[in-house]
Design a protein. Structure first.
Length: 496
RNA sequence: GGUCCCAUCGUCUAGUGGCCUAGGACGUCGGCCUCUCACGCCGAAAACAGGGGUUCGAGUCCCCUUGGGACCGCCA
């Protein structure tokens, strides 16, 4: 049996978006599962819209996701000669012909067809031109395109789609489509097939938007004397309004980079994306890489389109809630060392990275990440909600102050007084601190929560967080006392 | 308009004729836990688009209607 070979052929006209990423993931999964190869081929034929920056962005996106490929990136433009040669061969063998119809004529016919509520099809005007007529027109310098000469056969042509099942179309419904432009440049339809033949692609997994091209391409395979690969057309990813997701109309929210920059764990995004249109048939939703490769089956890809349920403007669910949830899951369950590595860029960006976090303070750093990660959703949260762990320069959540500080005017005195008590507190551990705090609360005749929650607001700026006794212990005596003394008056000043 | 594809809770989905009083997950709501929040646990609301068949029996098969989507380029 021959080698399984798949490809991911993005056109570099923008960043990698989640729809493209999902296609890449499915191809990658299939290749990995069958010990095959994944080829990355950049379809840069559209020179006008292709950019270097976009190529870079796509490659970076794939690398970030952990989607690795075995060959490439190849560039479609490198094989321009082969595409032209294929067209020439088709022409020579009578499988294609030159068409001299002008754009104006075609447009007129198309419009007429539209008006008559008919299928828009080329009428074959130039199909039966005699060699003499062709020579005459060429001599006159008339421009021409090359059209594929669809065989006039009876019955239907079809193929077995791995996702959709049997797809058929009557021969009579086929038209003679253009394969080479009047400027001599072959079209995607042709290039794609030529490249796939050269790359010995055995399976094509792509979006359903390519479905209508498939039968034409099968015709080209046949005409070129090659065997057509297995096709699988996966459902599209739609937005809330059920429109196809695109970089142009949705902006950054659909870009893979957006998720990288907003603190997503790469594999969490892959895990989320793979579930959008595919299910293992069991209740399992969280997969390791190995588990996913093992579980993935092309036949279990759904037929119907799925909606990417993103939200905008919600601080917590700034994208699909399920994506956030899966990310949060990985955030609190992955080995803490891996989290630390993934989080480092965000600390650097926030200006609170300390090289000692990888040196003498590493243990402390990991401990803090481990203590706080449970209630965070993204890697960014360590440097925003969790900022007070790493810097004296942190913000106070107004809600925290209102609810836990300003309600009790006496805290203005109590908190500094508590600082004095804490100064003499030994040993400095959670157990002992709890006792001290509870005793103090009793001494001022308040519930412990009043004191504890106020401290959380002052020392961490937050309305929520880990056990305050743990916080005090890990943050250290000096920091806590300093903040109680210095931040308390400031907070009350802010009130006025 | 033509051709093609699709149709289960708000969203992602399980379901391949009887196991479905339709299961899971996220989200939502309520509760427990608790110094707060989160985690965890318990519970609730929430769907087979509609209509005809076929069958002893239909979410599952067939047809129609409706709804959604894709494509209809000398873009990829």
């Amino acid at each position: 049996m021959s080698e399984v070979r798949l490809r991911f052929p993005p056109s570099p006209t923008g960043y990698l978006h989640i729809g493209g990423a999902r296609t890449a993931i499915y191809n990658w999964l299939y290749a990995r599962k069958h010990n095959g190869k994944l080829i990355l081929r950049i379809e840069d034929t559209d020179a006008e819209r292709s950019t270097e920056e976009s190529i870079k962005g796509i490659i970076e996106g794939l690398e970030w996701l952990g989607i690795d490929w075995d060959e490439g990136p190849y560039f479609q433009t490198q094989y321009a000669d082969e595409h032209v040669e294929a067209a020439r061969k088709l022409l020579e063998t009578g499988k294609a012909y030159k068409c001299f119809c002008t754009k104006e004529e075609l447009d007129a016919k198309r419009e007429a067809a539209l008006k008559a509520k008919q299928d828009i099809k080329y009428d074959g005007t130039c199909r039966n031109l005699t060699p003499e007529q062709v020579a005459e027109k060429e001599a006159a310098g008339l421009p021409y395109v090359i059209r594929f000469k669809t065989p006039h056969r009876e019955g239907v042509i079809g193929y077995d789609d791995k996702v959709l099942g049997r797809i058929e179309k009557p021969w009579s419904a086929m038209e003679d489509f253009v394969i080479v432009r009047s400027n001599g440049k072959p079209l995607y339809l042709l290039c794609n097939v030529v490249d796939d033949i050269r790359d010995r692609i055995t399976h094509i997994i792509r979006g359903q938007d390519h479905m209508t091209n498939t039968i034409r391409q099968i015709l080209i395979y046949e005409a070129l004397g090659a065997r057509a690969p297995v096709f699988a057309h996966m459902p599209l990813t739609l937005d809330l309004k059920k429109a196809k997701i695109s970089k142009r109309s949705h902006g950054e929210i659909v870009a893979v980079q957006f998720y990288r920059d907003h603190g997503f764990i790469p594999w969490a995004l892959v895990n989320f994306l793979v579930l959008l249109g595919w299910s293992p048939g069991t209740d399992q939703e969280i997969f390791s890489k190995e588990e996913l490769i093992e579980a993935f089956e092309i036949e279990r890809i759904n037929k119907s389109n799925s909606i990417f349920n993103y939200r905008k403007g919600d601080p917590k669910f700034f994208t699909d809630p399920k994506a956030i949830n899966i990310n949060a899951h990985y955030l609190r369950t992955m080995p803490i060392e891996e989290i630390a590595e993934l989080a480092r860029p965000f600390f650097e960006k926030a200006g609170i990275w300390d090289p000692a976090f990888e040196g003498e303070r590493r243990e402390w750093f990991l401990k803090v990440l481990d203590m706080t990660r449970e209630r965070f959703h993204t890697l960014v949260d360590f440097t925003t909600e969790g900022r007070a762990w790493f810097s004296d320069d942190y913000e106070f959540d107004p809600k925290a102050l209102k609810k836990n500080v300003y309600k009790h005017e006496e805290l203005r005195e109590w908190l500094p007084a508590l600082a004095d008590i804490l100064e003499g507190t030994e040993p400095w551990n959670a157990e002992n601190l709890e006792q001290v705090l509870r005793d103090y609360a009793a001494s001022v005749d308040r519930k412990p929560g009043v004191i504890i929650n106020a401290m959380r607001a002052v020392i961490t700026g937050q309305i929520k967080g880990p056990s305050m006794f743990e916080v005090l212990e890990v943050l250290g005596k000096d920091v806590c006392i300093r903040r109680l003394r210095e931040k308390t008056p400031k907070i009350f000043e802010m009130k006025e």
